[in-house]
Write a protein that binds this ligand. Structure first.
Ligand SMILES: O=C(O)[C@H]1O[C@H](OP(=O)(O)OP(=O)(O)OC[C@H]2O[C@@H](n3ccc(=O)[nH]c3=O)[C@H](O)[C@@H]2O)[C@H](O)[C@@H](O)[C@H]1O
Length: 467
């Protein structure tokens, strides 16, 4: 059919369609009759095929196994469905040989402390389910590497946010957690100047969301959570004791942790949730956080980059009660083991519930200058230091923990000094970053030789000057 003829035929057809198709009487003698019928036939065929395809698509959608129950998507992750629930249950299952084991939900499980605590719990046979939103506050690939480590130990890390109420409720529907180890938080004291809302979102809103779900859970879990040494703020009395004032925070981070202590107290008071807050003192070690000074000093020193070392007014010392991760883990496990059951049911308190706060520090502060000297020894690199007056952007000049209470109640006894702890950290750092840089850059070659042949050989080849 010629194009002009087709246009004419269609033009006629559209105009001629009667409002009541049944009343349509074909005019056999019309020269346009056959074209018109063919056009109507193909239109109805098209409609029929479209309708059938739609039915098929709808059928496939509703009949597919993943459509019931629904899967939810978060930050690229997904949750829900029978397979997911099976993994959640399996991960949270207490080992048969550990009759008194806990069933623990660890929030922030792919974080530094979260990973170590989860592994330690798993090693002794507790059931552990991880939760982490894998945000990009620092390199998420490190969090993914920690996740792999956890998965190798049979720990499933659910990808999701503590602000997702539906997800938290689902987790408590699937597993009757006896404990929650709440470590998910927005960390870092200086970053609060850049992104204040992230602190409110995680450390306040997220905490409240978690407590809301825990208060309604049956049974209610006991909660152990990470507060911070930063709540002591600008206090000058040392060492810091749990009953010292905590009303002079120097950073928004500190303020949100302090708020967390008050908020958890409220939930303890009203709903009978068993609460233990742990004030961590500058935790460091293998698999640590790249935003912390000991970590980025190491990185920069190896690259021969300048590092900024803070000092107080009149060249006074800035110091921290640096605490090694293994000691912190022992403190966390001690807190979980001594936590009493929550006393509420159905969101109602049935009796007074345990409320505790402990310092988990090392009790021997070390100046940042000494921290750098120790790193120089382990790395065999002379630091290129720029000394700067401690900026007023969240830092406090010193921290020092009194740990008498934790010693007595939790059996907490830190045993790793900074020299030993940093040695372990440096060993991990070198092996981790030599392994993960494989074939990506020429600097990998340097690191690999270091890892393969040891530090001496590495420095014999590459160190530009003798230290
Ligand atoms: O105990 C806590 O509750 C907190 O500990 C940690 O905070 P901080 O003790 O401040 O650790 P971190 O930043 O490593 O600085 C260490 C030292 O290096 C100094 N510092 C820092 C940076 C720099 O460029 N130069 C420098 O001298 C700096 O002045 C400081 O004296 C956690 O990050 C925080 O999330 C929280 O958990």
């Amino acid at each position: 059919m010629a194009m002009s003829q087709l246009k004419t035929t269609i033009g006629h057809g559209v105009d001629d369609i009667p409002s009541t198709p049944g009343k349509f009487k074909p005019e056999k003698s019309s020269p346009f009759f056959f074209n018109r019928v063919r056009w109507y036939t193909s239109l109805s065929k098209l409609t029929l095929w479209f309708f059938l395809s739609l039915c098929l698509l709808l059928f496939l959608f509703f009949a597919s196994p993943s459509s019931s129950p629904p899967r939810r998507h978060l930050n690229g992750g997904a949750w829900g469905g029978p397979d997911w629930e099976r993994r959640v249950r399996l991960s949270a299952r207490v080992r048969a040989t550990n009759k008194a084991g806990h069933t623990v939900l660890v929030t922030g499980a792919a974080g530094f402390v979260g990973t170590h605590v989860s592994m330690a719990l798993r090693r002794r046979g507790d059931g552990v389910l991880g939760l982490d939103n894998f945000n990009d506050y620092y390199d998420p690939s490190l969090k993914r590497a920690r996740q792999k480590l956890l998965e190798r130990s049979g720990i499933f890390v659910v990808e999701g946010d503590i602000n997702d109420e539906a997800l938290l409720k689902k987790l408590f529907d699937v597993v009757a957690f006896t404990h929650v180890m709440h470590l998910a938080a927005q960390a870092g004291v200086r970053y609060a100047m850049k992104n204040p809302k992230s602190y409110i979102n995680s450390n306040i809103a997220g905490l409240v969301n978690l407590l809301e779900v825990c208060k309604s859970a049956v049974p209610q879990p006991a909660i152990v959570w990470a507060s911070s040494s930063s709540v002591y703020g600008l206090n000058s009395k040392v060492p810091f004791s749990e009953n010292d004032r905590t009303d002079q925070p120097a950073s928004l981070y500190a303020a949100t942790k302090k708020a967390g202590e008050e908020i958890t107290h409220t939930y303890n008071h009203i709903y009978g949730l068993s609460i233990t807050g742990l004030r961590f003192f500058t935790v460091y070690g293998p698999w640590g956080r790249p935003d912390m000074a000991y970590f980025f000093f190491t990185k920069d020193m190896l690259k021969r980059k300048q590092i900024t070392v803070f000092e107080g007014p009149n060249h006074s010392t800035v110091a921290r009660d640096f605490t090694y991760i293994d000691d912190i883990v022992k403190g966390c496990l001690g807190a979980l083991d001594t936590a009493k059951k929550s006393t509420g049911t159905g969101g109602k308190k049935k009796g007074p519930a345990q409320y505790r706060i402990f310092n988990l520090g090392n009790t021997s502060p070390v100046s940042v200058n000494d921290l750098v000297s120790i790193l120089e020894k382990h790395l065999k690199v002379k630091a290129n230091k720029k000394i700067m007056l401690l900026p007023r952007n969240g830092d406090v000049q010193f921290t020092h923990a009194n740990i008498t209470l934790a010693e007595r109640e939790l059996g907490y006894k830190p045993s790793t000094d900074l020299h030993t702890g940093l040695k372990k950290f440096v060993r991990w750092y070198l092996s981790y970053y030599s392994g993960s840089k494989k074939k990506t850059s020429c600097s990998w070659k340097l690191d690999l030789q270091w890892a393969c042949y040891g530090q001496d050989r590495f420095f014999k080849i590459y160190r530009p000057e003798k230290i």
